[in-house]
Design a binder for this molecule. Structure first.
Ligand SMILES: Nc1ncnc2c1ncn2[C@@H]1O[C@H](COP(=O)(O)OP(=O)(O)O)[C@@H](O)[C@H]1O
Ligand SMILES: [Mg+2]
Length: 346
């Protein structure tokens, strides 16, 4: 079986994208991990850094893959094309792994997904959207300002959490200028942070819950997973925000996190795998921050650790989602079989 491992070829480095590019290049570690498993499984892998559609299509034509392992998080440095790349596999009629263009698009627009969560009574922090700096502020401080259509903590630093009007206007102005998209301003949820990894289709299951620990952060730093904390190993915040998996939580909290994460997955039509980021305030109330339809699945990232905690081998995960993609394709022609097989055998 021929497996095309498709990923977003990171954009050329420029003075403007130098920092944000670090998270983009992390996709290469995911390619390595998936390629190793594909080989171990006895399949034939070929890696394609998607960057020039004409040339890429020629290469696909020559290779004639049986399935695409889709790791594309964007196209030519732009995350907004994440859904469009998945549409190419869809239109070519190639079975592909992971979330659909619809889910990728919904999840990428944090405002749209929050509106959907609200409509379905999935708890999410109160919010306001800023398209210009001088809009009336309608929430209570503290709040956090973030780009509404990025991920990987892009644009999220210690100065994103603000306690007054001056800080807010400054943060909004900076994000509008840098990311050229509406700014999402949310009530800041002070408390614990959890990542819930999900797997499967009808029924989906929670793989494991991880907690980000903020106890080592200096008292003057906001308790958040900033860009530095996620991507810059030499930055103190990186060491000071370890992720613990499985999280040390009681059964009642675990079941509330599981239930909420599965609600999110179902609301956004999640497919194959994903991760829900949540916070829990001091009164124990759960809030959904976002759904990640393309979580980092490299060997040392959170999703792989969740698999390990659940006793699922990484190569078993890779083989199951490949099988699922192929089964979907085979079932497509028969509407009675539209629902995918479950992951209950894992
Ligand atoms: N409303 C919020 N309250 C508290 N912390 C938040 C809130 N929104 C975001 N954060 C912090 O910022 C990080 C990144 O935000 P998130 O919404 O998950 O965006 P991204 O897509 O960049 O991961 C979170 O992991 C969390 O630490
Ligand atoms: Mg997140």
């Amino acid at each position: 079986m021929k497996v095309l491992i498709a990923f977003n070829q990171p954009a050329e480095e420029t003075p403007e994208n130098e920092l944000d590019r670090i998270s983009e290049t992390a996709v290469e570690n995911q390619v390595d991990a998936v390629m190793r498993s594909v080989r171990d499984l006895g399949y034939e892998p070929i890696c394609l850094g998607v960057k020039n559609l004409e040339i890429d299509l020629e290469m696909i034509e020559q290779f004639r893959p049986d399935v695409v392992f889709n790791l594309c998080e964007g196209y030519r440095g732009s995350a907004r094309h994440e859904m469009h790349v998945a549409s190419i596999w869809e239109l070519l009629g190639l079975p592909y792994t992971g979330n659909t263009p619809l889910t990728l698009g919904l999840a990428q627009d944090k405002v749209l997904s929050k509106q959907l969560f609200r409509a379905l009574s999935v708890p999410t922090p109160d919010f306001q959207v800023f398209t210009e700096v001088e809009q009336k502020f309608e929430l209570d401080f503290p709040v956090i300002a973030k780009p509404s259509r990025e991920d990987a903590s892009l644009g999220i630093t210690a100065t994103s959490v603000v306690n007054d009007e001056i800080g807010l206007r400054r943060a909004v102005a900076d994000l509008l200028k840098r990311y050229r998209q509406p700014v999402l301003v949310e009530s800041f949820i002070d408390g614990r942070e959890f990542n819930v990894s999900l797997l499967g289709n009808q029924p989906a299951r929670v793989v494991a819950v991880a907690e980000i620990q903020f106890t080592d952060l200096p008292a003057d730093q906001p308790r958040i997973t900033s860009y530095e904390a996620k991507w810059l190993p030499d930055h103190p915040a990186y060491r000071q925000t370890p992720s613990i998996c499985p999280a040390k939580i009681d059964a009642a909290l675990r079941s509330r996190l599981d239930e909420t994460a599965l609600q999110v997955y179902s609301a956004l039509h999640g497919r194959d795998y994903g991760r829900v980021d949540m916070r829990v305030d001091h009164s124990g109330k759960v809030f959904v921050l976002e759904y990640n339809p393309n979580p980092d699945i490299s060997a040392d990232a959170g999703f792989a650790r969740a698999l390990h905690a659940a006793g699922i081998k990484y190569s078993q995960f890779v083989s199951t989602i490949i099988e699922q993609a192929i089964a979907r394709k085979n079932n497509d022609s028969n509407p009675k079989n539209a629902a995918s097989r479950s992951f209950s055998n894992l």
